[in-house]
Design a protein around this ligand. Sequence first.
Ligand SMILES: [Zn+2]
Length: 110
Amino acid sequence: MNKNCQSCGMPMKNDPEKLGSNSDGSPNQEYCLYCYQNGSFTQPNFLAKDMQEFCIEKMKEMGFPKFIGWLFTRSIPKLKRWSASMNVHNKHMKNRSTSEHVRGQVLLCM
Ligand SMILES: [Zn+2]
């Protein structure tokens, strides 16, 4: 079993009930139940950054400061769901836009 959901990064190791479900009803070992149910993603149109924003919002609702949310979600683009769909365009843009994006995020957190 993966330690974390490969879509949102949520830890699932000690919580088999948080596993997503395949179309045949069996547990999916890679994604949590919030991301993956009955064989499909609950937010099929999400990009990695949408998932990051979504998780930061969720954590804010749970009372975590925004920078904790950011720390928690910054590895999301490296998870299997997102890295598999990384295309040439993204790869090309990546270096420049990532550093700008990170700088913007840090400023927002201060
Ligand atoms: Zn998840």
